[in-house]
Design a binder for this molecule. Sequence first.
Ligand code: GDP
Length: 284
Amino acid sequence: MFNILKKVFGKTGDAIKEVVPEKKKEITKDEFEDILLEADVNYELVERLLEALPEKINRIQAFNSLISVFQYKADWKESDNKPYIEMIIGVNGAGKTTTIAKLAYRYKEMGHDVILGAGDTFRAAAIEQLSRWAEKLNIPIIATQQGHDPSAVVYDSIESAKAKGIDNVIIDTAGRLHTQTNLSEELKKMIRVAGKAMEGAPHRKMLILDGTQGSSSINQAKAFNEMVGVDGIIITKLDGTAKGGSVLSIADELQMPIFYIGTGEQPKDLIRFKANEYVNTILD
Ligand code: GDP
């Protein structure tokens, strides 16, 4: 786990090592500032963290400073509902479809049966792309034609999972945040219908954020959270970037749990996010 994280955030780590010789026990505030800015942590957050620190900072102080950003309250709890219904939301291009494939792969590896619901009926390409993943991963999918009611997909996916004893239902949703105003109503209806098909569903509304997008990701997250309430975040595209610091900015601004990070384009490229390991990697 740590090694994978190291690989993902390695570039950030290397950038830091250029500034701070490895064996140096303490760093100055100025050096710490350089480390954080270099890692693309948002300036306002950097300044706020520095304010609370003394002029010379040891590793424990640096760790405590960074970990304090992750002290959000997670009121969402792991549940053992079967089927477990998850809705995946986020803007087009953030990595929703790919992340659904990654989650499905992960659940299959855990020995679970999975079904997908192609709930972005607004875009034919989204239905096709998700269907291709379903075929590749050899899992069933409920899909209709473009333009059909996505709530029907939600209902049918959950009914099918109940009938067949499937463990996990992962439902895609439309992500046309900037082009259509009725997205909010559509998502709310999908949630309402999920609750009709199974009490308490959806059990988790997971927001997908592109980790390379900085503050625009944060604004999107706020918009989706206002629309439907978000239970947690998956940050994608954290491979091949020295900007692992966006994780800190996102956690700080949104105060929502980060569940996973995406580290590539393949189904296996998803790792569980652990704040202490992430902070240690930045400081190593
Ligand atoms: P959607 O429109 O939100 O469904 O986004 P897609 O799942 O189609 O992803 C958009 C693009 O980002 C595709 O080319 C994906 O392969 C790519 N992508 C998604 N997640 C990751 C990731 O974690 N790392 C990298 N490098 N690319 C990703």
